[in-house]
Ligand binder design. Sequence first.
Ligand code: GCV
Length: 691
Amino acid sequence: MIRYTPLTAEEPENRTQMKNILLIIFFLSSALQGFAEDGSRLWLRADTKAHATVAANKKSPSIDIAIAELQTQWQGGKVNLMIQKGIAGQARNDNHEGYTITSNTQKEITIKSPSEKGLLYGAYHLLRLQATNKLAYPLNIQESPKYNLRILNHWDNLNGTVERGYAGHSIWRWDELPEVVSPRYKEYARANASIGINATVLNNVNASPLILKPEMLAKVKIIADILRPYGIKVFLSVNFSSPTVIGGLATSDPLDKAVRQWWKDKANEIYKIIPDFGGFLVKANSEGQPGPQDFGRTHAEGANMLADALKPHNGIVMWRAFVYNPTNDDRAKQAYMEFVPLDGQFHDNVIIQVKNGPIDFQPREPFSPLFGAMKQTKVMAELQITQEYLGHSNHLAFLAPMWQEFLESDTYANGKSSFVANTIMAIAGVANIGDDTNWTGSHLAQANWYAFGRLAWNPQLTSENIADEWIRQTFSQDDAFVEPVKDMMLNSWETVINYMMPLGLHHIFAVGHHYGPEPWGVIPGGRPDWQPWYFHNVDTVGVGFDRTKSGSDAISQYYSPLKEELYNIHTCPDKWLLWFHHTPWNYTMKSGRSLWDELCYKYDLGVQQVRDFQKIWDKQENQVDAERFQHIQSRLKIQARDAVWWKDACLLYFQTFSRQPIPYDIERPVNDLDELKQIKLKISNYENAKR
Ligand code: GCV
């Protein structure tokens, strides 16, 4: 029913009538379009007017949250929450985070878990089934996460900027804490708990030593207290030079007694105020960060010193393997060369954190050969949720298919089938979260946060399943909306690859901002391994990085039979061809086309695919609120323009080497190479590209 303000005696009648007509128009248009939406509620948009009966056999802050969520949202009968030791089958894991959900009738549902956290996860599971229309009685669900540690890595700086962040400033308001506590911390915790994320690193791996000062730790404590009932542990990135910079010691040598004592004292200080503190994440001897090698020590010696300090408190060290130096060796080989010889030397509370690919979160990379190679060392995967190399928050790139391709890759470690997902014991994701109202800079990028959590819980979920769940919770249950939008999302990662870097091309971004194309880019006097030519090696013969025996032989780091498949240009999958082979322009591809023609068709396909996304989205205008409709529509326009920019820049530049025509049945370039070379976007590492 439409209500409007009653007439008041003082107002002239015609003015009042006019006012009422305007109000009616406003309400009618709101009702037709749905209410304006800013995306702040993420995928947690269920009606909260339910009055469900919920009973629990224990009281605790986490169980109170589970009760409150169910009471306000569950539309069915009574729900019993039961802590129960030793529940069966798949619901068991070391962390006791598993749960069962059972029902005899819709009238009574029971969620059991050995832990409070498990009950909370069970409650969110039940609500997800309701919100996606997937409740099928009788319920007989057993769940437990594949990995005990499912952690976000924030690259947030203490001054509020976010490295490679495209959603505004950091959500952590260090300047206001501990006195002022943003309501967003709790919303953040709730969103993460709803998808099973159970840990977070609050600050950038390019870490300021200041994070360990007592006044900062007092602020960290406040955040940890808010996240705790949601089952989320807090970790910090630490700077290896902290003993010198804030401790006043003469050295930060990990074998120095005073340094070791400094870290022990620091750990004690932290655990005194945050008893369940998770531990440290460390970027050492990488891209200018300090590390044990500054003192002639190894990564193992550095990591173990920190591990020893954390051990009495059950804390862990996540030590990153993202290391490379300007040497003569292929950058793709270096992490493996550095870390494999150290296998077996790390203490058992150290986990080596390895990026999914051997270079750096490129649009598509083969998996890093470190997965499966370290037999006596714990290894975890690092994924990038923030779209540093995938169009920032301007482009639609749903990343579940990328992560799935990675997790399902067969390493053949130990001479037998061994998928990446089974070689790791935890997953980290570099967060795409900021203080923008919609959290992630664009509405559709929220899906990547969601997908990360769901896959870290269960890497066997399909991308389709995850997209379906997310769309139904975030937008609409109507299949007429869900199906085309899901299709668009599922194709979006491959689309970005097509118009940016098809066939295994990589790192041909404009130097610095990693947004637009600059295959011709040169940093005068800069490191060779930061220059696009290092990666594409274009010449009049062909294009691509030779990683076979005649080149860097990075392929030798993989196991048989994968390595034989990759060595052979005819069996190397097209998607990785130019990653592993410097391929002649006239080489005949599996499609029967020459490499040059195939490259042209791929770039063109990428452009056409984005145009199709625009058509799909524009058709949804009546299915979605105006605010989110327009936001996404405007982002797709940017993406369509950028796709043409990428296609023209790469094809026109590579054409100066291939010296062949762009096939005449594809869209002609609309830009001139010389003009494209003049484009210089001024984007810092801390902002979304504006075009
Ligand atoms: C946090 C890439 C990014 C850097 C990032 C680094 C890393 O090089 O461009 O911004 O630094 O990876 O993962 O440490």
